[in-house]
Ligand binder design. Structure first.
Ligand code: SAM
Length: 177
């Protein structure tokens, strides 16, 4: 499904008291929609622990969740190693006009903000991309971006996991290894 390029998601601006749930959802979307790495700026280890728990039950040995205390340094180093940086913002180039082929073969870091994003990120991103030039949600913006990146194939991913859902028309079936 995936080429060999690495895909990371960097969540900046996280306010532990207000954003715990929504940041966890950004991490869950990263994992389920095919990113290799979720990096949270700050020191809210609880979010990382939650994501690691989900991972240990539902699988995906490739996925890593971690903290960074220096998000700008993280971005600069990503670029120094030759990776591309996409910043999701409602002010960017609208998704239908974004050429995914610019990034598909490159390691790509997707930056997702919270409230107000510092100009540094706009200036240092290779691409500022909007999912419709309207304000909405970081969770939906990331999910749509990743779904287009993987052309929907990420939805069929299966993992060697403790728990596995058997899809059904109605009812719930989960098998445990
Ligand atoms: N002023 C922000 C912006 O630049 O998009 C809106 C703040 S929004 C509550 C938090 C984050 O959601 C943003 O930093 C951005 O990553 C994401 N987001 C919201 N709307 C978006 C859109 N239309 N396109 C892409 N990302 C969006």
């Amino acid at each position: 499904m995936k080429n060999m390029a690495k895909l990371g998601v960097l969540r900046i601006g996280h306010r532990p008291k207000r954003d715990k749930r929504i940041t966890t959802h950004v991490g869950l979307v990263s994992r389920t929609f095919g990113a290799d790495q979720f990096i949270l700026a700050g020191n809210d280890i609880k979010v990382i622990n939650t994501l690691n728990k989900v991972n240990s039950k539902w699988g995906n040995e490739n996925f890593k969740a971690e903290l960074t205390k220096s998000p700008k340094k993280f971005v600069s180093e990503w670029k120094k190693k030759g990776g591309k940086v996409v910043h999701l913002t409602m002010y960017g180039i609208n998704l239908p006009d974004f050429k995914f082929n610019n990034i598909r073969k490159e390691d790509t870091l997707i930056i997702v903000g919270a409230e107000k994003v510092e100009p540094w990120y706009y200036e240092n991103a290779d691409y500022n991309v909007a999912i419709a030039n309207q304000p909405h949600s970081e969770v939906s913006a990331l999910a749509i971006f990743l779904d287009r990146y993987f052309k929907g194939k990420e939805l069929y991913k299966e993992y060697d996991s403790k728990l596995k859902i058997i899809p059904m028309k109605s009812g719930k079936k989960v098998v445990e290894k």
